[in-house]
Design a protein around this ligand. Structure first.
Ligand SMILES: Cc1cc2nc3c(=O)[nH]c(=O)nc-3n(C[C@H](O)[C@H](O)[C@H](O)COP(=O)(O)O)c2cc1C
Ligand SMILES: *[C@@H]1O[C@H](CO)[C@@H](O)[C@H](O)[C@H]1NC(C)=O
Ligand SMILES: *[C@@H]1O[C@H](CO)[C@@H](O)[C@H](O)[C@H]1NC(C)=O
Ligand SMILES: *[C@@H]1O[C@H](CO)[C@@H](O)[C@H](O)[C@H]1NC(C)=O
Length: 395
C-alpha cells in the first residue's frame, strides 16, 4: 500500500522529483572494481569519467580529507542542484552536419591568453589533503595540457612554490580573498606578491562575505577558513583595482544585477559561481544565473567575458554553459579528487573532459565548439519540470 502510494505520488509530481540523488550515477564502477578494499587507490586505468575520481577519492582518502572536499553548505541542496540542474535541460541534436573537425575546435582565449580547451581548474584550497605534492600536480597538469589553472590563496603550497612549478610561459590566474577591514598596505603587499610571482590576473572571490554553514565539515573539524563579516562594496572594488596593474576578475557572481554592475564598473571578466554550493545553501547554480542573464541582459555576454563553475562533471555540462554564452567553465572538486593520483590523474581527468566535449558536440551537430549557441539546448524542458512555472530564458 505504502509503496503504491509513493509510486502514485511520484507520477503526480513528475518522474524527476522521485529520482534519488546520486553523487555519482551508477555506471558500473563497483562492478568493475569488485576487490577494491577501503583505503586502497584503484588503478588509474579504471577511471573512465570524472565522477569516478570522486568514487576513488572517497574510497582512498581518510574521511576527514575527503569531507573537506566533498562538503557543501547546510543541507547541501545547492551542491546537489549544481549537478542535477544540467540534466533538466536536454540537447536538440542536429544531424547531417559535417563535424569531422570538431575535436580541433576546443581552443579558446581567456582574457586574451590562448588555451587548448574552454575549461579551467577552479581555485580550491588545501590540495595537500589529497596528495603530498598538492598544487604542484595541478599546476603541472594544467601546463602539460595547456589549460588555465587558478591557484587558491589558501593553498597547501605557497604562491611562490606553485609559480616555480609552472612551465615556461604558463599562464595562471591567482585567486585571492581580500580583507576589506585591513590597511591598504596589506592589500597592496598581497597584490605585489602576486605580481612578483608572475600571475597574469587576480581572481577576487566575492561570494564568501560571511562564513558558510558547513555541517558535514563541522563533524570532522574541517570547516570554513574564514572568521569575519566583510565590508565589500563596488567602491572597494574601484579602489583596489587601482592598486595593481593586473586585471581583477570577480568570482562568485550569482545574479543578473551583479553581472550588470560588474559591466558598469568595467570588471574585465566575471565567474558565475555559488562556490560549489559551499557558502550559502539555496543559492542558484551558475547555469541558472547564466539563464537569468541570457533572459534579462544577454548583452553582458558580449560586453565582458563570463566564466562559470559548479557541478560540472561531464562534457555535456560544459556545452550547456557555453551554449548560453559562457566563455570558459571551471571545475573544482573533480580535479581535487583526481589529484589523489598525482599529476597523472589530473591530466587524465583533463583528457577525459576534452574528449567528452568533442564527442558530445559532434553528436549534437555542433561542428565548432566555440560557436555553440542557445539553440543547441531545449531550455523549456527544465522549467516545465519546475511545476509548470513560467518558462524563462531562450526557448
Ligand atoms: C575543497 C574546495 C575548496 C575551495 N576553496 C576555494 C577557495 O579557496 N577560493 C575560491 O574562490 N573558491 C574555492 N572553492 C570553490 C571553487 O573555486 C569552485 O567554485 C567550486 O569548487 C565549483 O564547484 P565544483 O566543485 O562542483 O566544480 C573551493 C571548492 C572546494 C571544493
Ligand atoms: C582529432 O581526431 C583525429 C581523428 O579523427 C586525430 O587524428 C587528431 O589528432 C585529433 N586532434 C586533436 C586536436 O585532438
Ligand atoms: C590527509 O590530509 C592531511 C593534512 O590534513 C595530510 O597530511 C595527509 O597526507 C592527507 N592524506 C592523504 C592520503 O593524502
Ligand atoms: C583609479 O585610477 C583612475 C585612473 O588613474 C582614476 O581616474 C580613479 O579616480 C581612481 N579611482 C579610485 C577609486 O581611486
Amino acid at each position: 500500500m505504502i509503496k503504491s502510494a509513493l509510486v502514485t505520488a511520484a507520477l503526480a509530481t513528475g518522474a524527476w522529483a522521485a529520482r534519488p540523488f546520486l553523487n555519482e550515477p551508477d555506471t558500473g564502477i563497483q562492478l568493475a572494481l569488485p576487490d577494491l578494499t577501503v583505503g586502497e587507490l584503484p588503478p588509474l586505468d579504471a577511471m573512465v569519467g570524472l565522477p569516478d575520481f570522486d568514487y576513488a577519492a572517497r574510497n582512498y582518502l581518510p574521511i576527514r580529507n575527503y569531507t573537506y572536499y566533498r562538503n557543501g553548505a547546510g543541507g547541501e541542496w545547492s551542491y546537489r542542484n549544481n549537478m542535477e540542474i544540467f540534466h533538466q535541460f536536454r540537447f536538440r541534436p542536429r544531424s547531417m552536419i559535417d563535424i569531422s573537425n570538431v575535436n580541433q575546435t576546443l581552443k579558446t582565449t581567456i582574457l586574451g591568453h590562448e588555451f587548448s580547451a574552454p575549461f579551467f581548474i577552479s581555485p580550491a584550497a588545501r590540495a595537500g589533503y589529497g596528495h603530498p605534492d598538492a598544487e604542484l600536480n595541478l599546476v603541472k597538469a594544467a601546463g602539460a595540457q595547456d589549460i588555465l589553472y587558478m591557484p587558491a590563496l589558501y593553498a597547501t603550497k605557497t604562491i611562490e612554490e606553485i609559480a616555480a612549478a609552472k612551465k615556461e610561459g604558463q599562464v595562471v590566474f591567482q585567486q585571492l580573498y581580500l580583507d576589506s577591514t585591513a590597511d591598504d598596505e596589506i592589500t597592496k603587499a598581497l597584490f605585489d606578491r602576486t605580481e612578483a610571482a608572475g600571475a597574469d590576473a587576480i581572481v577576487f572571490t566575492i561570494d564568501s562575505a560571511a562564513n558558510g554553514n558547513r555541517q558535514r565539515a563541522a563533524r570532522f573539524d574541517v570547516g570554513s577558513a574564514f572568521v569575519s563579516y566583510e565590508a565589500y562594496s563596488w567602491e572597494y572594488y574601484d579602489k583596489v583595482r587601482n592598486m595593481t596593474d593586473l586585471p581583477i576578475i570577480l568570482k562568485g557572481i550569482g545574479s543578473v544585477e551583479d553581472a550588470k554592475l560588474a559591466v558598469e564598473h568595467k570588471v574585465p571578466a566575471i565567474i558565475l559561481s555559488n562556490h560549489g554550493g559551499r557558502q550559502v545553501d539555496g543559492s542558484q547554480s551558475s547555469l541558472e544565473t547564466a539563464l537569468e542573464i541570457h533572459a534579462e541582459a544577454p548583452e553582458v555576454f558580449e560586453q565582458i567575458e563570463v566564466y562559470a563553475d559548479g557541478g560540472v562533471r561531464y562534457g555535456a555540462d560544459v556545452l550547456k554553459l557555453l551554449a548560453l554564452g559562457v566563455k570558459a567553465v571551471g571545475l573544482g572538486r573533480p580535479f581535487m579528487y583526481a589529484n589523489v593520483f598525482g599529476q597523472e590523474g589530473v591530466e587524465k581527468a583533463i583528457e577525459l573532459l576534452k574528449t567528452e566535449i568533442a564527442y558530445d558536440a559532434g553528436n549534437i551537430g555542433v561542428p565548432d565548439v566555440s560557436k555553440i549557441g542557445p539553440e543547441a539546448v531545449n531550455w523549456r524542458t527544465g522549467f516545465c519540470g519546475f511545476g509548470g512555472g513560467k518558462p524563462q530564458g531562450p526557448r
